[in-house]
Write a protein that binds this ligand. Structure first.
Ligand code: GLO
Ligand code: MG
Length: 364
C-alpha cells in the first residue's frame, strides 16, 4: 500500500493581523502572542512560524541573557499547548540600519548589523527548539539599478549565508524568494536563484528554500512548477501557501481563492513528491480581508487549511489510468476537460465524461 501523508499545518502570528495597510490604520484590535498561540490547536495548526521579534519583542534593546529568558518562556508556552516552532526569521526590514537593505547595504556598519541580527536569530531559534531559519530578503534589492552593484550584492549575500552556516553547524537556512515589494526589484527573486546560491555555500545540504505561492505568481511563474523544481533538488524546506490575483501588490489571499486550479496543482506536486512525510509543514502566509470584523480574524486560516485538505482529496481521487490514456493519446483537450470536471465535482457519471475513455482508447 502506498503511504498516505498526514499533513501538519503552520502559520505565523502576523497572519492574525489588525488590517492596517498603506492607506489606512488598523481596523481590529490586536491579540497578544499568547492569545494567538491558544488558537493554534483548536484551528487545526501545530506549527508556529516566527520572526525573531515575534519571539523576543524589542530584541535590539535587550541583553543576551534577557533575550534567552524570553525565548525560553515562549518555548514553554509552545510546549504547554502541544505546539512546535517551525522556523524563526530575522526581521531585517524595520530597523533604521536596514533602510538600504541588510546583507547588501552599501554601508559596512549596516551589513554588520544584519549579520549580527541573523546570528541572534539563530540563537533564538535554538532556544525555541528549531534548527530552521527563514530568510525573506525584503530590502535586499534596489529602487534604482545604479544604487548598488548587483554582482557584489550576490557575493555579499553568499558571504552572510556562509557566516550563518559556520556559526551554527546544525542550522538550516531556507531562503524565501520574492521578486519585488518593497523593492522595485529584489535580489534572489526566484527559487532558481535561491538554489544556485545554496550550492555555492560552504554547506549546500543545509540551505534550501521556502516557496510562497503569491511570490512565484508575482515573478510571472507557476507556483507548482517552482515547488517541483525545489523538490527535484530536495530543497523544499517549507511553503507559504496563499493566493494572488495577477500582478499587483502582494495580496496574501486565502489559498485557492483566486485560482483554484493553480492551488490544485500545488497540492498535487507536494502530494506526489511525498512532501510532509518527514515532518515538513504545510505553511500558510495569508491575510484576512480588511473588511473582516474582529470575530472573523482567523477565518482565512481555517478556510485555507480546509481548501488544502479538499484539494488533497481531489488529488487522491483523480483517475490516473484515464489521465495516462489521455496523455498517451496526446489528447490534452480531453485531459483539460477531465481535470475541470473533476475539480467541479461532476466527473462521475456525466455523459461527456464517460466518452473520454472511449475517445482515448480510439486514439481520438
Ligand atoms: C512577505 C513575506 C513575509 C515572510 C515572513 C517570514 O512578503 O511573505 O510574510 O514570509 O516575513 O519570513
Ligand atoms: Mg511569506
Amino acid at each position: 500500500m502506498t503511504e498516505v501523508t498526514s499533513y501538519r499545518f503552520s502559520f505565523g502570528p502576523w497572519n492574525i493581523s489588525e488590517g492596517a495597510d498603506p492607506f489606512g490604520p488598523e481596523v481590529r484590535t490586536p491579540y497578544s502572542l499568547i492569545e494567538k498561540l491558544d488558537w493554534y490547536r483548536p484551528l487545526g495548526f501545530e506549527g508556529v512560524q516566527f520572526h525573531d521579534d515575534d519571539v523576543v519583542e524589542g530584541l535590539d534593546d535587550l541583553q543576551t541573557g534577557q533575550v534567552t529568558r524570553r525565548a525560553q518562556e515562549v518555548r514553554q508556552a509552545l510546549a504547554d499547548r502541544g505546539l512546535v516552532a517551525e522556523f524563526v526569521a530575522p526581521r531585517l526590514w524595520f530597523h533604521p540600519q536596514t533602510i538600504d537593505g541588510g546583507f547588501t547595504a552599501n554601508a559596512a556598519a549596516d551589513r554588520q548589523y544584519a549579520l549580527d541580527r541573523c546570528l541572534r536569530t539563530i540563537d533564538i531559534a535554538r532556544e525555541v527548539d528549531t534548527r530552521n531559519v527563514v530568510l525573506w530578503l525584503a530590502r535586499e534589492g534596489t529602487y534604482i539599478r545604479e544604487s548598488k552593484n548587483a554582482r557584489l550584492a550576490y557575493q555579499r549575500i553568499l558571504e552572510t549565508l556562509n557566516r550563518m552556516l559556520e556559526y551554527d553547524p546544525e542550522v538550516r537556512i531556507w531562503i524565501e524568494p520574492k521578486p519585488n515589494e518593497p523593492m522595485d526589484h529584489a535580489y534572489v527573486p526566484t527559487i532558481g536563484h535561491a538554489i544556485a546560491l545554496a550550492y555555492q555555500t560552504v554547506a549546500p545540504d543545509r540551505v534550501g528554500g521556502l516557496i510562497e505561492t503569491a511570490h512565484a505568481i508575482l515573478a510571472g511563474l507557476d507556483p507548482a512548477d517552482e515547488m517541483a523544481f525545489a523538490l527535484a533538488h530536495d530543497k523544499l524546506g517549507s511553503v507559504h501557501l496563499n493566493d494572488q490575483n495577477g500582478l499587483k501588490f502582494d495580496q496574501d489571499k486565502s489559498f485557492g481563492s483566486a485560482n483554484l486550479r493553480m492551488a490544485y496543482n500545488q497540492v498535487r506536486v507536494l502530494e506526489e513528491a511525498g512532501y510532509g512525510r518527514h515532518g515538513e509543514f504545510i505553511g500558510l502566509d495569508v491575510k484576512v480581508m480588511r473588511t473582516q470584523k474582529q470575530p472573523g480574524s482567523t477565518a482565512h486560516l481555517t478556510n485555507s487549511r480546509e481548501t488544502f485538505l479538499h484539494l488533497v482529496e481531489k488529488v487522491r481521487s483523480v483517475d490516473r489510468e484515464l489521465e495516462q490514456k489521455l496523455i498517451d493519446a496526446r489528447d490534452y483537450e480531453a485531459l483539460d476537460a477531465y481535470t475541470l470536471r473533476h475539480l467541479l465535482g461532476v466527473s462521475d457519471g456525466s455523459a461527456a465524461d464517460s466518452q473520454l475513455p472511449a475517445m482515448a482508447a480510439a486514439g481520438k
